[in-house]
Design a protein around this ligand. Structure first.
Ligand code: ATP
Ligand code: MG
Length: 92
């Protein structure tokens, strides 16, 4: 939902499920600074005010991942790209 909502509307969302179980969702869009990126999984934290939302999605996803013994990584720019955003869920 975040990739569709916050990503560039003219570019596709890329979803990969790797053989080792990693799930990666990538979208285009502006780069988020490292400082901002660190805050995004906090409740009510948002970096883009042009969209509607409460800033809760990543906090919930992070809590579920942690409860399930998984790790949620957030990156910007997306791996191998000049900009964009990437969320990776790793079962470890
Ligand atoms: N895929 C993404 N691409 C670009 N920015 C993102 C992406 N996912 C999250 N963000 C940024 O991180 C912020 C926090 O995301 P989060 O899902 O917690 O809240 P939200 O989407 O704004 O609102 P809610 O999930 O409560 O509807 C977003 O407001 C946006 O600035
Ligand atoms: Mg969200």
């Amino acid at each position: 939902e975040n990739a569709l909502k916050h990503g560039s509307p003219s570019e596709p969302v890329e979803i990969s499920l790797c053989e080792d179980g990693r799930l990666i969702v990538r979208n285009d869009g502006h780069t988020i600074s490292p400082e901002q990126l660190k805050l995004l999984r906090n409740r009510f934290e948002r970096s883009n005010t042009n969209t509607s939302g409460s800033g809760l999605g990543l906090a919930i996803a992070d809590a579920i991942a942690e409860g399930a013994g998984m790790t949620l990584y957030l990156r910007s720019p997306a791996t191998g790209r000049q900009d964009g955003f990437e969320a990776e869920l790793v079962a470890e």
